[in-house]
Design a protein around this ligand. Structure first.
Ligand code: NI
Length: 133
């Protein structure tokens, strides 16, 4: 006869459905990414863009931009890439870029948690501590 070993107590895990439109309705400011999820060491962020950002690059991080609403121009030193709703781009680490949005544009970002929005540049739009919404 042997004793059954009880299974380890399961920690309760809350698996949350995230409605991106509802999250986007929670804030109005532009160029200030909000955290909506984490995948391993990467964060999922939402950001509203309007106007021109700043030329910058990220030493160590690749950045994914997925356009949810509006239009995004990603400027590179050797040309622009135009993105519409449902289109995405991955900017590799080390590559200079500048996001530009002629109209209010909503973007989902997927990038390592260490990524600073202005990369190697510090200015008034640098956001050190991102809000989680
Ligand atoms: Ni960047």
């Amino acid at each position: 006869m042997y004793t059954r070993i009880p299974p380890p107590r399961r920690r309760s895990i809350v698996i949350e459905k995230i409605d991106l439109a509802r999250k986007l309705a929670l804030f109005q400011e532009t160029w200030s990414p909000k955290i909506v999820g984490r995948v391993n060491d990467c964060l999922v962020k939402l950001v509203k863009l309007q106007g021109e950002f700043v030329w910058h690059h990220h030493e160590a991080e690749d950045e994914l931009f997925l356009v949810l609403e509006g239009r995004l121009t990603m400027r590179f030193r050797d040309g622009d890439v135009e993105l519409g709703k449902g289109e995405m781009i991955v900017v590799p680490r080390g590559v200079e870029h500048m996001p530009v949005a002629a109209e209010e544009t909503h973007v989902l970002l997927f990038e390592p948690g260490t990524t600073l929005n202005t990369g190697n540049v510090r200015d008034e739009r640098t956001v050190e501590h991102l809000e989680r919404i």
